[in-house]
Design a protein around this ligand. Sequence first.
Ligand SMILES: O=C(O)CCC(=O)C(=O)O
Ligand SMILES: [Fe+2]
Length: 308
Amino acid sequence: MNKPKKIAKDTPFDFGEHRFHFGEEIMELEDSSSLLNNHETLHRKMCEDGYLFIRGFHQREYAEKAAHWTFQNIAERGGLKANTPVEEGHIGEQNQTFSFFRQTEVAHAKPILDVVDSERTMQFYRDFLGGPVITFDKRWLRCMAKGGHNHFHYDSVYVGRGTQNRYTMWSALTDIGLENGPLVICLGSHKHERLKSTYGATDMDSDLTEAVFSTNPREMVEKFGFTLATAHFQPGDVIIFGLFMMHSSAPNRSDRYRISIDTRYQLAHEEKDDRFFFREDGSWLGNFYNKGVSYRPMSELRQEWELE
Ligand SMILES: O=C(O)CCC(=O)C(=O)O
Ligand SMILES: [Fe+2]
């Protein structure tokens, strides 16, 4: 299967009601797949650019098997369009987004773990981090229906307890072009010291603060000066980034499910974020474990931080 063509200058990108053009406010991610064995360069790029985009990181065949497995599970729950092939993932009439987070019978099944816990994956992190590594028990397997997406945030706010030397890997399992709700990152946001020391230092569960920083991609560009970056992802392509990279997904504008999975990796001997590992009862705590509480609104916090 061929790599997608380079995205031409001036190609429009619709993010909700906002339109951006490639070469101006939005760029194509730079593929580092040719550097896979050059950890020194990968480290330098991670430090400078704040991300690594690696096409074909996972074997395509395994990513496709994982997508197929997920489609079967959506089908069993009545989510697919009637009389369409399961492997095409057409969204059914109810347009239901599925998040398989706590359903370990789906998210921890062999076809999924063959991708995100593969020997290739774990070896990559052992080499990149320089020692034995672990991944969270919680994996975020996301199946976006039409209109489905997430909002701008740093992962530190959700999964940032313990070591700061932790990486998120967002893996595409389906073909995710510009209209299928790709992940969008904000170039330069990993170096925004004020954002990192205010918003980025919050822990949504212990501080009881709203976790989404913004729902507006336009302000990321105009107010914060970031350049957006995305790509046409194929099954098996990944983006890897640290706890302080502002990112969001764009709404899926297509009639097919957009399936991705995001997973976290760190050195085994460094402090974990205990919310995301199995407890004795076989479940993890997760985010939003405080019940009956309210979270301080981001608008108020941003005023306090002078980030309005
Ligand atoms: O896939 C998405 O919509 C959001 C993913 C995300 O926030 C992450 O990978 O950390
Ligand atoms: Fe995230």
